[in-house]
Design a protein around this ligand. Sequence first.
Ligand SMILES: [Mg+2]
Length: 213
Amino acid sequence: MAKEAFRPVDTWVFDLDNTLYPPEAGLFAQMNPRINGFIRTTLGISEDEAAVLRKSYWQQYGTTLSGLMAEHGVEPLAYLDEVHDIDLSTLTPAPDLHTALNALPGRKIVFTNGTREHAKRVTRARGIDGAFDAIYGVEDADFVPKPKEAAFARVFELAGVLPRTAAMFEDSAHNLQVPHAWGMRTVLVGPPEDGPHIHHQTEDLAGFLSQLA
Ligand SMILES: [Mg+2]
């Protein structure tokens, strides 16, 4: 059973977006046009040009931000503050998740490709901010995003995470590859996907966690 597999775990690492709230909250739908808008105004280009550029940076650099930093010297926090300046009223409090997090033995950490500030706002809106011992954002990884190994290496060093006694929860299966390779227990939060790097899968994070305490 799942509980047995998690017995060695004393550090619980959670992605934020679409992991600690459901995708139906639609936050990415709000962020997407803000990314395009930032590219348009910062580089002074058209909507169509911005869309093309964004796609090519995604492919070449892994994120739009990495491309903007490398090719245009964009200041990362200016970009991230603009992208994360969204309405969080679609997020609802999650008392069941709060209870389940609090019942887990050990440290609980958020590790997001967004900023710390974004993670604070989101966890507050969900009523779960008190459950976490620390929050790490992409600024803590020198703006290198998951799934890159360097992102995990930097944040895990800062946080003192020992992979063999840690678990990673993510809605993005890609982001479980490095944690799995390093010996973490991995949980895909979302619809089932195949892959040797996915140990467990759930679409009900609170329900899943409540079985582990
Ligand atoms: Mg996510």
